[in-house]
Design a protein around this ligand. Structure first.
Ligand SMILES: C[S@@+](CC[C@H](N)C(=O)[O-])C[C@H]1O[C@@H](n2cnc3c(N)ncnc32)[C@H](O)[C@@H]1O
Ligand SMILES: O=[N+]([O-])c1ccc2c(c1)CN[C@@H](CO)C2
Length: 284
């Protein structure tokens, strides 16, 4: 690499590090309780509304986890936040589930629910009941699903998708890698730009074994969201073409893309998201 190219690469690296550092600063004000209230209560989580976002997401995940090609022992959820919905289908398929997040406040929120004591966050019962219905079970089986989830979550780990190795080396992940990754509203919400989003996709690919699957949910057309009162967090605005191009450029085979377009009733003033994508992809 000649001197000019080397200087340009060093400048780009410095810019990227500044962008990532600025994102870390934004997340210091993240408020799990407010985030859950903004996004995981009605209308966005209304199980009686055909056009509600959360039932759409749960349907995508249910189909992806149960259509026969996804399986193995280990599922990793990348950037769990304070939410559990993203593993309610996967917990029936995998015997070992790792939840992960960058912030201790979120890891603590998850620990409290899993330990079944002192949890004062969202009531996940309607979510558990809805996924039981998707599975053809009676809604009252939600208590069995809750027990199943608590039994398969092996650990709640720190993660940083901007590191080439996002998990700490002694994270007890199999050396061959996880059999499946799920990640929802994380990568585009923590990356300063599209290149960083694509790079993070490549980093988490290293957590996956060859032949393993990635189930990715994210925001379309979103430039910011409120992570708490007065906590405005920038987001990389993505369109469908960019999502597909980034998935392919980071080394996955795209299996399918599904898109949800927000009706006005789902625009509640906490972000400017216009759509949600669901990607099923595979590491060759
Ligand atoms: C918009 S929230 C998504 C939470 C949840 N997965 C959901 O579906 O609602 C983004 C999450 O990414 C986490 N995060 C922030 N920086 C991160 C990083 N560098 N690597 C991994 N996760 C990060 C935040 O702590 C937060 O929980
Ligand atoms: O409607 N939803 O189910 C929902 C859930 C979470 C999030 C959004 C929408 C939009 N903003 C992202 C952060 O980039 C977080």
């Amino acid at each position: 690499m000649d001197r000019e190219a080397k200087n340009e690469k060093e400048e780009n690296d410095r810019e990227r590090e500044k962008g990532v550092a600025a994102m870390v600063a934004c997340y210091q004000g993240f408020d799990p309780a407010a985030y859950l209230q903004y996004n995981y209560m009605p209308p966005r989580a209304d199980f009686d509304r055909q056009d509600s976002i959360v039932p759409w997401k749960l349907g995508c995940l249910h189909r992806a986890f149960t259509e026969g090609d996804v399986g193995g022992d280990v599922l990793v959820d990348v950037g769990s936040g304070p939410t559990l919905y993203q593993v309610l289908s996967g917990c029936e398929v995998f015997d070992t589930v790792f939840l992960t997040d960058f912030l201790e406040v979120n890891r603590q929120e998850l620990r409290r629910w899993l330990q079944g004591e002192g949890y004062s966050g969202l009531d996940w019962t309607p979510y558990l009941q809805h996924v039981c219905k998707l599975e053809g079970r009676r809604p009252s089986a939600w208590t069995e699903k809750a027990a199943r989830l608590r039994s398969v979550v092996s650990d709640i780990l720190p993660i940083d998708v901007h590191l080439p190795r996002p998990l700490h080396p002694d994270s007890q992940l199999p050396t061959a890698g996880a059999d499946c990754l799920v990640s929802c509203f994380c990568l585009e919400s923590v990356s300063p730009d599209l290149a960083s989003f694509t790079r993070a996709l490549g980093h988490i690919r290293g957590l996956l074994r060859p032949g393993g699957h990635l189930l990715l949910i994210g925001a379309l057309g979103e430039s910011y969201y409120m992570g708490g009162p007065g906590v405005r967090i920038p987001v990389v605005p993505l369109d469908e073409a960019q999502v597909c191009a980034s998935v392919r450029a980071s080394g996955y085979t795209l299996v399918r893309l599904e898109v949800y377009t927000l009706p006005k009733g789902m625009m509640v003033g906490v972000d400017d998201v216009t759509g949600v994508f669901f990607v099923k992809a595979r590491k060759p």
